[in-house]
Write a protein of this length. Structure first.
Length: 148
């Protein structure tokens, strides 16, 4: 392969590599089916996924794992997404990790409440794949812009 062809191939590969291939995502959800669907989707997109079934488990994993962002259900046993959010924000080592609420509650008031509470985004279940990815990217772009 000539140097030009090799460079063109490398450029093409880098252009087609989705941002999701660089993501380390923590998914926190007590419903195994939801956890599996989200995990498989993110892995298909090239992301590395860390899972937890409640807030307590998520906090334990955050002691050793440093995700790019967290997708958290709001209603879970042991520690819900609201308390998980508070705990993450209080810890200096995790406070800047973007957190997106992912919940089956589709009421507009819940989305507004989550955003007013400080979540970086809100995704209602069930979701379409395009909406899911678009909202995650919007949240990450927004966090990046506010950090500048």
């Amino acid at each position: 392969m000539s140097a030009d062809n090799k460079r063109n191939t490398q450029e093409l590969v880098s252009l087609n590599r989705p941002a999701s291939a660089t993501w380390r995502v923590m998914v926190v959800d007590d419903e195994r089916d939801n956890l599996e669907v989200i995990t498989r989707l993110l892995q298909f997109l090239g992301s590395t996924v860390i899972t937890a079934e409640n807030g307590v488990e998520a906090l334990k994993k955050l002691q050793t794992e440093k995700p790019t962002f967290i997708l958290s259900d709001l209603l879970m046993p042991e520690m819900d997404g609201w308390k998980l959010f508070q705990s993450i924000r209080k810890d200096a080592t995790t406070a800047r990790i973007p957190i997106i609420a992912v919940t089956a509650s589709t009421m507009t008031v819940d989305a507004r409440s989550a955003m007013a509470y400080g979540f970086d985004g809100f995704i209602a279940k069930p979701f379409s794949i395009s909406t899911f990815i678009t909202e995650i990217q919007r949240c990450l772009d927004s966090v990046k812009q506010s950090a500048v």
